[in-house]
Write a protein that binds this ligand. Sequence first.
Ligand code: ATP
Length: 247
Amino acid sequence: MSALLTAEAVTRRYGSLVAVNRVDLRVGEGERHALIGPNGAGKTTLLDLIGGASRADEGRIVFAGRDVTRLGPARRARNGIGRIHQRPAVWPTLSVLENVVVAGWRQAGGFRGVGSRGRFRRRLAEPAAELLDRVGLAGSAPTTAAHLSHGERRQLEIAMALAGRPRLLLLDEPAAGLSGVEVHRLVELLAALPREMSVLLVEHRLDLVYALADTVTVLHDGRLVASGVPDEIRNAPAVRRAYAEAV
Ligand code: ATP
C-alpha cells in the first residue's frame, strides 16, 4: 500500500510533559489503522496533530504527498482529512438532514460548488439523504439534532464526516458511550466503508480494534512502543508491559 499519510518524528509538548514523543506513523491508501494504548498515552494528541487541531513542536506530517505540518484544521479538512471527535460535534439547532447538507456544503467550498437548485440537489441534498440511510438515520432526517441520543449523534457525525468525502477519516473513540447494539452497528458501518478511504481509529475497545484494523500501533507515555498486524500486537510483550504499567 502506498502511503497516504506519514508522520515523521512528531513531537508535542505541554510544558515539561511530552504528550507525543518523536512518533513515526504511516497510514497506507485504504488502510484501517488503529492507535491503542493506556489512558494518557498520547493517542488523541496524535490525532489532533494529524487533523491540525494542534501543531507539532517538532517533526513533519505529509498527507497525499503534501507537507501539511503548518496547515490549520480547515485547510487539512479541505485536503481530505475528516474527523470524528470524542464528543460528537453536530449543529444542535439544525435538522439531522441539514447537518449533513451543511457539512457537505462546507467541504464543497461554499456556494461555488452548488450554485443552482439542480446542482444543490445532486451534489448535496441527495448524497446527504443517502448517507443518512447508510448510517441508519434516514427516519430521523427532519428531527432537530439536539433531540438525538448520544449514539444517534455519533451516527450523524459519521455521516457529516463522510459528506466531506475524506480520503482519511480520523475517529476518536467512536464506540465510547454506545450501547451493545449501537457498537455492533458501528462496526458494520466502519467495516463497510469504501476502501478508497483510509481510517485512523483511536479506540479503547480492543475487540473492535482487532475486528477492524489492518495495522495496530501502540503508544505509551507519548512513545510508539509497537506497530504491526493485530495478531502480532495481541501477543507482543511490549504491549502487555505498557498496559500493565498503566494499571
Ligand atoms: P485517553 O485514552 O485517556 O483519551 P490519550 O492516549 O488520548 O488518553 P492524550 O489525551 O493525548 O492521551 O493525552 C496525552 C497526555 O497529554 C496526557 O498526560 C494529557 O494529560 C496531556 N494533555 C493532553 N492535552 C493537553 C493540554 N491541552 N494541556 C496539557 N496537557 C495535555
